[in-house]
Ligand binder design. Structure first.
Ligand code: NAD
Ligand code: UGA
Length: 458
């Protein structure tokens, strides 16, 4: 069968896999190939057990795989055979050398740019899907246009705004699709090619275009604004705990101002995920690079408050449990960085688990989807750790439950039954404010919500 367009995505991760699955599903007239250097990951994409858990994703994959959606390790052929290339490789925080702990590590991205140059025999549209520092497209262009060959490259920026756990919904019905390009004749033509792809299912008015630098910057700024809201509400949750105000009531009152809006105002144990911290630190690094130290300090405080919120959670536990956690058994309800994903990257649960072990507590971890990652995250860490799938069994004989992920199943557990098997006095620390606190208190628990007065029997 002859396809209208041949599309390649380099990087089969949380973004590359779902994004390409959606394009293939919505556009059976296009052939979509996803390649990766990790053969195990590709094998999983080709198997019955996908490498990531994302509601609704298996349906998309089943509908298109081996029809117009292909997963492969053959990067060379992928580049030669396709004219439209998305780059969706990881861009983690640099851990070495200049900018360590702050700047984006662009080594995977640069390797990809060089491979595209090496294997291209015809002109390509190259699309930055990864989140990158502003001005990266310039470097991409410099690498791609270095040789004198007749092959030409147009670089576009098309950042991804999906959130994990709701990726399929976000991709199907995005708030906006952003496409940045050079404002040259060929840049605008390349932009149209990409607009045409999205226009198969996204209303035109939601596909917005901009210059390429605005597009690159808007992605990082969007994440910084979202994280800033969480740190703002978390900072106020600390004040609520001192003043008997209730953070849920404050969020509702503040969020009903239509200029502020109610989303992303849920106080929590802190934000996690692979991107918020990384992207803000990248923004901070860029600001410092340009001598904007006050701007850098402002954004860095968002990350500092997030760290403070996690440490505060531990200190609250310590204070509530008579200033010692040594030899106490604590059950962590949830290890994923949010509900509906198995992803644990930068999950507050990792920090909390390590801190509890430092305090010589014994920990039992339960999570419906993230136990495999939790095991890997805590491999080699000293202390007593166990992983138990069933939350009822996990809580047995524990002195406390620390609820860290807002999985729906935790709301509906039989807490009477759980209480009866726990050591007394039994405490619940609700890092997500999803439980019925009054009911748990009535059962006998001492209940410590986030940003609300504690309910204790002392
Ligand atoms: P990921 O680590 O899940 O996937 C990246 C993949 O790229 C890996 O499978 C890796 O093996 C592969 N890779 C690395 N170098 C390669 C190379 N040279 N050739 C082929 N494959 C290579 O990362 P992710 O979560 O999908 O994120 C990718 C990018 O998208 C990042 O820049 C991230 O900031 C951004 N982003 C992520 C999300 C999210 O929800 N995870 C959302 C929006 C944007
Ligand atoms: C986030 C953004 O929402 C996406 O738009 C973006 O594309 C993505 O980062 C990215 O660039 O990687 P994600 O990290 O998957 O998506 O999930 P979010 O729903 O944003 O949650 C991030 C963290 O904030 C989670 O730990 C979540 O529990 C926490 N959170 C969220 C709160 O603590 N309170 C809230 O009110 C909302």
């Amino acid at each position: 069968m002859k396809f209208e367009k041949n599309i390649l995505c380099i990087g089969a991760g949380y973004v590359g896999g779902p994004t390409m699955a959606m394009i293939a599903y919505k556009c059976p007239q296009y052939r979509v190939t996803v390649v990766d250097i990790n053969p195990a990951r590709i094998a999983e994409w080709n198997s019955g057990e996908l490498p990531i858990y994302e509601p609704g994703l298996d349906k998309l994959i089943q509908a298109s795989r081996d029809k117009n959606l292909f997963f492969s390790t053959d990067i060379k052929d992928g580049i030669m055979d396709n004219d439209i290339i998305f780059v969706s490789v990881n861009t983690p925080t640099k851990t070495f050398g200049a900018g360590a702990g702050m700047a984006a590590d662009l080594q995977y991205w640069e390797t990809t740019a060089r491979q595209i140059l090496q294997y291209s025999k015809s002109s390509k549209v190259v699309i930055e899907k990864s989140t990158l520092p502003v001005k990266t497209a310039q470097a991409m262009e410099n690498i791609l246009n270095y040789s004198n060959s007749s092959v030409s490259f147009d670089v576009l920026s098309n950042p991804e705004f999906l959130a994990e756990g709701s990726a399929v919904r976000d991709l199907e019905n995005p708030d906006r699709v952003l496409i940045g390009s050079r404002e040259t004749e060929s840049g605008l033509k390349a932009r149209e090619t990409l607009v045409e792809i999205y226009a198969n299912w996204v209303p035109r008015e939601k596909i917005i275009t901009s210059n390429i630098w605005s597009s690159e910057l808007s992605k990082i700024v969007s994440n910084a604004f979202l994280a800033q809201r969480i740190s703002s509400i978390n900072a106020i949750s600390a004040l609520c705990e001192k003043t008997d105000a209730d953070i849920t009531e404050v969020s509702r009152a503040v969020g009903m101002d239509s200029r502020i809006g109610g989303k992303f105002l849920n106080a929590s144990v802190g934000f996690g995920g692979s991107c918020f911290k990384k992207d803000i630190l990248n923004l901070v690094y860029l600001c410092r690079h340009y001598g904007l130290n006050e701007v850098a300090d402002y954004w860095e405080s968002v990350v500092k408050i997030n760290q403070y919120q996690q440490e505060r959670f531990i200190l609250n536990m310590l204070t509530a449990m008579f200033n010692t956690l040594a030899d106490k058994k604590i059950c962590l309800f949830g290890f994923a960085f949010k509900a509906n994903t198995g992803d644990t990257r930068e999950s507050p649960a990792i920090f909390i688990a390590r801190r509890l072990l430092e305090e010589k507590a014994e920990i039992v971890i339960t999570d419906p989807k993230a136990l495999r990652n939790a095991r890997a995250d805590l491999a080699g860490v000293n202390g007593k750790i166990s992983f138990v799938e069933d939350p009822y069994m996990a809580a047995e004989e524990c002195h406390a439950i620390a609820l860290l992920t807002e999985w729906e199943i935790y709301r509906n557990l039989d807490f009477q039954k759980i209480y009866s098997t726990m050591a007394k006095p039994a405490s619940i620390f609700d890092g997500r404010n999803i439980l019925d606190h009054k009911r748990c208190y009535d059962i006998g628990f001492n209940v410590y919500p986030t940003g609300k007065p504690a309910l204790t029997h002392f």
